[in-house]
Design a protein around this ligand. Structure first.
Ligand code: NAP
Ligand code: GCO
Length: 263
């Protein structure tokens, strides 16, 4: 028996028309799962479906904002009718705002918490009853280095991702008895549109100072690629991790183990 086989499973990956969500959904699809994803922009859904199709994966895309509880409930009901009960949920959709804390409006802080922390709560809450009915399920929350570490300008993001780590442990605590495993993946610094401003090549052709800083902090001496998260996601979505619950798997090229390159 292949413990990593996801054949027959339905996986919802939020915010997966590109970036980390796309790479994770691709890996789950290649392991046999039926892929369902959402985005809040209809044109991105179309592009996403086409990109999956090119890889030979038939994905179903839904227009839904993860902060809208009624819309999420309606989407989960539609997925159940059109595709099946959700066996695997990956809470991936997220944003960041890089603003010094004392200059940040409370409205901006709230929006980050709303999407990055309340969103996963809303989506998990909508899928858990179906998982209980079916006898089990897997929830993977996409956390961050900022679930453990702080840095200048990302107060709201760190608060949300630290909260998401604890929401992960709490879902594991509350629903483990129903054979639901809820774990997190904590990506290191990954080259996606979210981190593009931190990697911009400088006018003189040199690497962005933040880019150089990350290389010096990462034993692997490179940025992660979204594809680096595929294997860990398949593991946490599959029977191979049936006794792993409430764990955060950091996929960071060693950042959290390292003090940083000496000058
Ligand atoms: P990205 O390139 O900015 O993609 C984020 C995705 O989330 C987009 O598809 C976006 O859709 C979607 N999204 C945002 N708000 C949404 C909402 N309210 N409802 C539905 N979808 C929404 O980011 P990424 O780098 O792939 O990051 C994906 C996740 O990994 C995020 O949770 C992020 O915090 C986390 N992460 C990223 C890194 C990294 O280094 N890149 C590291 C650690 C953790 P739209 O296009 O419609 O906005
Ligand atoms: C930042 C980055 C990070 C990463 C990631 C690290 O500004 O520091 O955007 O927060 O995206 O979450 O794990």
């Amino acid at each position: 028996m292949n413990q990593f086989d996801l054949t027959g499973k339905t996986a919802l990956v939020t915010g997966a028309s590109y970036g980390i969500g796309f790479a994770i959904a691709k890996a789950l699809g290649q392991a046999g799962a039926r892929i369902v994803f959402n985005d809040r922009k209809p044109d991105l859904i179309e592009k996403g479906v086409a990109a999956y199709k090119e890889l030979g994966i038939e994905a179903h895309g839904y227009n839904c904002d993860v902060t809208d509880e009624a819309a999420v409930g309606a989407m989960v009901a539609r997925i159940r009718q059109e595709v099946g009960v959700i066996d695997i949920l990956v809470n991936n959709a997220g944003i960041i705002k890089r603003i010094p804390m004392c200059e940040m409006a409370a409205a901006d802080f709230r929006q980050v918490i709303d999407i990055d922390l309340t969103g996963p709560f809303i989506v998990a809450k909508a899928v858990i009853p179906g998982m209980i009915e079916k006898g089990g399920g897997k929830i993977i929350n996409i956390c961050s280095m900022m679930s453990e570490l702080g840095r200048e300008t990302v107060s709201a993001y760190a608060a949300a991702k630290g909260g998401l780590k604890m929401l992960t442990r709490n879902i594991a605590s509350e629903y483990g008895q129903y054979n639901i495993q809820c774990n997190g993946i904590g990506p290191g610094y990954i080259a996606t549109p979210q981190t593009a401003p931190l990697r911009e090549v400088q006018p003189d052709g040199s690497r962005h100072p933040f880019d150089q800083f990350i290389l010096a902090k990462t034993p692997a001496n490179r940025w992660g690629e979204a594809e680096d998260l595929g294997g860990p996601a398949v593991f946490l979505a599959s029977a191979a991790s049936d006794f792993v619950n409430g764990h955060i798997l950091y996929v960071d090229g060693g950042i959290l183990a390292y003090i940083g390159k000496q000058p």
